[in-house]
Design a protein around this ligand. Sequence first.
Ligand code: MIC
Length: 653
Amino acid sequence: MKQINNNTMKKLNVTQKLIKSHLIEGEMKTGCEIGLKIDHILQQDATGTLIMLELEKIGLVQAKTAVAVQYVDHNLLQTDYKNADDHTFLQSAATKFGYWYSRPGNGISHVVHMERFGQPGKSMIGSDSHTCSAGSLGMLAIGSGGLDVAMAASGKLFYITMPKILGVELTGKLNDWVSAKDVILEMLRRYDVKGGVGYIIEYFGDGLKYLSTWDRHVIANMGAELGATTSVFPSDKVTKAMLAQEGREDDWQQIIADEGASYDKYEKINLSEVVPLIATPGSPGNVVTVDQVAGKPISQVVIGSSANPGLRDFWIVSQIVKGKILPTEVSLDINPSSRQKIEDLGKTGALTDFIKAGARFHQTGCMGCIGMGQAPSSNTISLRTMPRNFPGRSGTPDDKVYLCSPETAAASALNGQITNPVEWGKTMAYPKYKAPGKVSINSTMLVPPAIKGHRIDLRKGPNIKSLPDFKPLENNFNVPVLLKMGDNISTDEILKAGAEVLPLRSNIAAISMYAFYVINKNFEQLAKKALHSHGGHLVVAGENYAQGSSREHAAIAPRYLGQKAVIAKSFARIGFQNLVNFGIIPFIFESPDDYEKIEPDNTIAFKNIVEAIKSDNTITIYSNNDEIKLRCQLTERQKNIILVGGLINYLQL
Ligand code: MIC
């Protein structure tokens, strides 16, 4: 495979074509900051409330993108007034700012967007890390923090550092009992949760013709778990067929790589060699073969989520359990991904098969994936077709969540233990899926943008509080290190997920009590004490800090408690940008070994920070008399944002 160089640049791969057609500022050279025009906006409720409050502060009159949709798919359980109030608020905000509104229970944002709005060749940013799922349709779809989405809604460009492009050639054809989830787990087995950082992953090759758009969605979705900026598939005949099923054939255009196009890095997967894989508890990157963990007893299997949302993914499970009764000790939970999918599950008879086998039905949405219900019982294994298994995310402390394909999930559910579906296949024929020519089209719960909605008032329940104000960066400070953490700290550890915390997403003061709670239950008290005694504090981390979700609460809540800086060996893309957006300085160690020199409780003096940031100078700090050099790698735009205390202040200059 040729490496990208100036001569081959004229022959463009799909990613380059998509970027080029949206490039307004900067050059398509690795490492340069580029400003992209955004066509579509996707917001989900758990991050959307803050975006709408940001838009209120910015004073937006009408969303400026061609398509802007506010989905409600995360905070669906209404155990008190808070989530319901958020829904009402979002509905009023969607009306006011000219968004589509996808009502609670309509479906998972990424799925409904594919069904009703997604269009090859368009750009999209979304306040959810799995926005990249739409790469399966030939879109340039990137997850980002809420403020970046608010900017795009206001007609501003979206800025990223031009990533490298990893070309993954798919050859061969998947065997029976192996499916798209095993392909992305194979990628995670090879690259782990930070192997994709700084890359867009583009899939190409002969094997693509056997992967439906929904299979591609499975692969694109969990590109987020690899840390990639996004994943991209060509828009080909397969894409055309999917849009035709949705009655939107006219939205199709072909986008394929030029003959002779090249990539910065090359990888190959022979689909016929892929075996059933599974991510073991704690990280989507802990991938082993299903055989390696087969035989472990399980208590729960959950299917659905944005990682396995296709009709096929539900149907195959229904056909495996059809005519059988699930063991008493196993709960098979079905999270349908959209109303269209429910209708089609009804039409295929799959709903009845599930009901007769003893499966439990939940409403459409993210549900257990984000710990909004379906917490598994203590000390038992839960198998999920979902994208994430960060510690405690399910809602059960010390949970044991494994991530796998629908085939592995179904075979294991019936067998009461982790089971290699290929082995299970010796007891029955592999159900052959045939996609319907037309799918059910259901847009009853999609409310179109209002005309002249800007006149209405936002409806804020008592838990919805305006955004706090933040001060500009101080030149000198002397603050304690409150935590020293390892590699791959996820946003779930920085700001907990789950049914208890999610309803507080629109109330920064309230949610800040959960900052770093998973790591240290006393963090809030420590932070408040340090704020009082030293005017702030910082934390230290290893590689890939703030991986995982796009939630900007993982920056804004620590900032609210007085966090000045994070010193890490490296940062995840969205996590880094969120820190900048809320005025927390993301320092990296000039020499990663210096990480060893800092201890929790050390107090560190920072001097002349403003000048150092302006002039890209390294900053010398002392910890126990050891000298440590730190760098802050920021673009000119990011520097100005940090200096004034965050993006909202920057906009008000
Ligand atoms: C997730 O899967 O972690 C979430 C919940 O969808 C998040 C967004 C959030 O925290 O609200 C994401 O992936 O960005």
